[in-house]
Design a protein around this ligand. Sequence first.
Ligand code: PMP
Length: 463
Amino acid sequence: MKYDTENFDSLDVIDNDKNHVWHHLSQHKPYEKNDPMVIVHGKGLRVWDIKGNEYLDAVSGAVWTVNVGYGRTEIADAVRDQLVKMNYFAQTAGNIPGALFAKKLIDKMPGMSRVYYSNSGSEANEKAFKLVRQIAHKKYGGKKTKILYRDRDYHGTTIATLSATGQFERKNQYGPFVPDFVEVPHCCEYRAQIDASGEEYGVWAANEIEKVILAEGPETVGALCLEPITAGGGVIEAPEGYWARVQEICRQYDILLHIDEVVCGLGRTGKWFGYQHYNIQPDIVTMAKGVASGYAAISCTVTTEAVFEAFKEDEDPRMGYFRDISTFGGCTAGPAAALVNMQIIEDENLLENTTVQGEYLLKKLKELMDKHPIIGDVRGKGLFAGFELVKDRVTKEPVDESVVIAVAGHCMANGVIIGRTNRSFKEHNNTVCLAPSLIITRDEIDIVVKAIDGALTAVCSNM
Ligand code: PMP
């Protein structure tokens, strides 16, 4: 069969999809009655489905990936040229885009040194966990194997990364999990566990991490893995004072700080990386989604030279190096796309656009609070925003997830795609999420906010 992007039989495609494709995060029963959405075309922030409907995509490919927007021929051309010249050779050897992108990336990450390539956010995190575990065996007699993760954070879909995930519904029915992953409390100020706010709460939340470390025994804890801003867990930025204390704790107990930038990486928050807002120096940084904006699969596990060095100095040269391989980590399409992706962010000043438009987006969302008491909290940074829907602003009781689903459905019916916390925590799937491409304009933000405004009005009038 010759695949032709322009000429296809729509009904045939829908039928084939319906009969043979198993969609992600989807209950398939409703597809027996309704057709699945099939996306055929994208340009800028807009996508078109197979039935010709146009949407403004305010979540960059549903899961915050297409940072530079759809239809970038310059990325596609670079990938094509590279594939024709040399598509694949295992990363046991080097390749040109891999070497060039590693240098370009490290230049944006002071203090970091080495890039390990793989294919997905989960895989990048798995590599990080393996590094931590191997260091525990090499340097600490097999003791520092524990990895701490935070309630509400997500680190991936594999069994180990789910073991490191603080979202009950994501994990439900997939246990038993990998041992030695230990949860620390979340730091969502709106849902603070104690009666405190601002810096007092931030320092408290960080000190709770220390309590877990002391309870587990610092000699058993190898790493602390955190999202710079909790993404799928509800767009949560840590309060003042949190990160400085986290860094201090990691240094005090000789614990590696692993920052998961799978969502925030490559500009989403207005800096290259989310952690760069907080004056901290991680030991390991992982990234995926926005690295190549979905034009090719690529993820990176980036380490300091000190972490890398631990794998050079070894009494056992046969077994002491990082004995890991990812077949598709040797695909050249990923770094070829990533090089152009990063160049676009620089050439088009997209970090600045993210900061400016992000502030506008947050302001407009906060204005909606005056009109819609159902909005309990609005938060975010750069072009990454979330707002919680609640039954009552005083009790902060979350609305049922069916309400959030209805709001998203209403926006979709009006041509705007928004996101939401999706079966992450029982009773707390009440956050609407926005993460548009970094090229978004003020006019496009107005369209998104207007759709949300209309959806809230319609859904609340039926409650
Ligand atoms: N970490 C974070 C913070 C994520 O949000 C995700 C995906 N949503 C992942 C890791 C996993 O990435 P992937 O789906 O590419 O495996």
